[in-house]
Design a protein. Structure first.
Length: 335
């Protein structure tokens, strides 16, 4: 019978290793140590042995029971002291990481722009995305036959209702509703009827700004926008103003900074120019002031505009504008 005793001890010592909770500890006890358990079964067989064999094996069985009981006690102690509570919850397991969201890269870019301009005394205004022809084009000095008024470029909802193509109608509404001075930025969604691809989308975000008062000059425009550029992109970089045309400003300029991807050498991002266009700006056209009832002889002002997707694409090195709107968490979690 001694081989049976050895076998049972080996089995019990191996079983106790896989006991991880109270339930399997109970099962272990029932199997080996209970009154109908395996060790009791072996004691039962003592009576079939010869009187000489009986004390030898009795001693061996007592030793077996003591070792199995000791293994059981040790495991019970372990479970109650640190690894598991009575409900079978293992407190030593690592916790589950809760999923924490992040701010959308466009929100982060917009927040930074808002922070810089409010720091320079600008307030924030908003207005409707569904506009009429007058606020989106007419009041902004677009001639009646301007190509932007074409169905090809603008989403018309009805003959006189359209999705705004820029946030400029918000400036018109602000000026219609208050006398000068005005110093505000207008962030928001705008819509263009364009083919969707990696570079362009039918909807994007702009921040435009407007400053109107007596004696506002182009120098003030330059000072404010250069300060913005230095706060947003860093103070060491080079910039340049280049004349351009907008119906609503005169004179008008585009502002470029040295391409920070290639350091001015010319690359795909800056279309081999060495310069990146980051802002449009100009002095508000007198006709725009006339539309809102401001006297262009008394007041001057500057305005500017920038596309947020373009800025975020440059800032984060994103190569497809559509990624901003797919809301794939694997993309969003990177920012
Ligand atoms: C009023 C008067 C003037 C807003 C301006 C720009 C220049 C400009 C573009 C930047 C890239 C649009 O997002 S973009 O495609 N905008 O360059 N916007 S001045 O001028 C105004 C606005 C309102 C009443």
């Amino acid at each position: 019978m001694q081989p049976l005793v050895d076998q049972l001890l080996a089995q019990a010592e191996s079983d106790i290793l896989s006991v991880r909770d109270q339930q399997s500890l109970d099962a272990f006890r029932v199997r080996y140590l209970s009154r109908k358990g395996e060790i009791a079964g072996l004691f039962e067989q003592l009576k079939n042995l010869s009187p000489e064999e009986r004390p030898v094996l009795g001693k061996s069985l007592n030793a077996l029971r003591a070792r199995v009981q000791a293994a059981f006690d040790k495991k019970a102690q372990e479970l109650s002291s640190n690894s598991a509570n009575a409900n079978g919850i293992d407190l030593t397991l690592p916790g589950r990481m809760p999923f924490v969201g992040s701010r959308h890269p466009l929100t982060q870019t917009l927040d930074e722009i808002r922070r810089i301009f409010t720091g320079m005394g600008f307030s924030i205004a908003d207005g409707p995305e569904l506009e009429d022809d007058y606020h989106n084009f007419g009041a902004l000095n677009f001639p009646p036959d301007h190509p932007a008024r074409d169905m090809q470029d603008t989403f018309f909802v009805s003959r006189n209702a359209l999705l705004r193509t820029h946030t400029s109608p918000v400036q018109i509404r602000v000026m219609e509703n208050q006398p000068p001075p005005v110093r505000a930025i207008m962030p928001g969604k705008v819509y263009r009827n364009e083919a969707i691809n990696a570079r362009s989308y039918c909807m994007f975000h702009q921040v435009e700004g407007l400053c109107v008062d007596k004696g506002v000059t182009f120098s003030e425009l330059k000072g404010t926008l250069i300060s913005f550029i230095q706060q947003f992109y860093g103070s060491g970089l080079k910039y340049r103003f280049r004349p351009t045309f907008f119906p609503f400003t005169e004179p008008s300029a585009d502002i470029y900074i040295t391409c920070f991807i290639c350091n001015g050498k010319g690359c795909r991002m800056c279309k081999q120019l060495g310069w990146l266009e980051i802002l449009g700006c100009g002095m508000v056209h007198p006709n725009v002031f006339r539309s809102v009832g401001y006297d262009p002889e008394k007041y001057t002002g500057y305005a500017f505009g920038m596309g947020i997707e373009r800025i975020a694409i440059l800032r984060y090195g994103i190569d497809d504008i559509r990624l901003f709107f797919e809301n794939d968490v694997r993309f969003l979690a990177q920012f």
